[in-house]
Design a protein. Sequence first.
Length: 493
Amino acid sequence: MTDSNRTLDDIRLQHRYADLGPVFGTPTAPTPLENPVLIHVNPAVLSLLGLAPETAQDPRLATITTGEHLLPGSKPVAMKYTGHQFGAYNPELGDGRALLLGEIENNGRLWDLHLKGAGKTPYSRFGDGRAVLRSTIREYLAGEALTALGIRSTRALCLVDSKTPVAREKMETGAALIRVAETHIRFGHFEYLFYTRQLEAQHKLVEHVCAQFLPEVADKPVQEQAEALLRFTVKRSAEMAAGWQSVGFAHGVLNTDNMSIIGDTFDFGPYGFLDDYEPGFICNHSDHTGRYAFDAQPGVVLWNLNALAHGFSSLLDTETLKSCLGDFQPLLIDFYATRMRAKLGLATEEEGDQQLCADLLQVLDDGRVDYSAFFRALSRYQGERPAASLESLVAPGQHENLGQWLSHYDQRLQRESVTPAERSRAMLRVNPKFVLRNYLVQQVIEAAEAGDYAPFETLFMLLQSPFDEHPEFESWAGVPPESGKHLPISCSS
């Protein structure tokens, strides 16, 4: 049997995290949902896990996803961690509605299977341990959208609805998904062990992560492993933040317990992709100070890395910590510049490219221009005057500023060696036509809550190939109406 045609019966889960010891979590049985309905199975994630495509038709997936039945070898554990939430340390955190079922190996890579919406755990505090259909749909789609845009993210294997009532701002139905990631270890895991002075356990966790992701240092002293891990996390986090800023993604709740140690986009809540370019865009209606606004994200990621570094201070001296953190800004700038040059169709690098990009963003900001639609239209720009397709996206009062920028852009393009046709093809491969806009997600959610999952299927398909034309789905690519912008999205799930 190859690693691409396994069935559910062939899965043999490993438990490398749970086997670290009881300090890292608590064995917990899931509480099943009533009358589960399997909404969707992700073919790409089936392949990641080495499962045969026919697994999507296995009726056991629905009950496995609600926790009524467990995969062979499952040992569900609620992970324990702490973290800084909106800047304040909270020691009472952990998996409050999710359970790590174990790890599955495929082609030399380990993947966590994490059941989200599993019911109460020892870390649920006053919560019910449930997820609702609304939040699970949002998470399921976000993982696919970011992955297709080349940004690391957790994903999900499958999604289940149910008839179990769940009280939020209103009565909703309970839902669940199986989240898949190479690890679910967060910044908060290291903070927990540091603040509770369980330093031997912290050393063990450093060694555990390095064994999986940095095997080249796995036989080194733990201090060397810790430095390598911190530098790795700084680099991955800078790359992640640069990716978010380039595609216009706002996470919304960048607490340290929502930060992956390997730089995956993690724990989706009130996220939002930009419609109009608005640097101060706040997607979480509970974020009254704008701590997690779109343009604040790189700074918050660095703040969180500082919190992580403090947790490493039992292993590394101050100068080493400062050196590791000092890597962040130049890495962020380089990753962001590379992505934005690609969006602008610039195959070569020049000193003035950063200013060219900044000037364009100012035009978009001044005119409240739709971010994704503009870059998609720019992908077909050939130097024409008037630039009708671009001007149609910009308020008339900003046409002069747009024209001035286009003149500078034209001069820059003349120093490129690629043909206009080559440049256009390259830009169309990085500037998406289809974007996970909140108004589209809301339409999909409302249809699903009424029992119609066809819009969900359509949006899922489009997000997996967002650069393709899909002319029959043109209405899904439109700029949202005013009523579709700034929809209030909360943390509740």
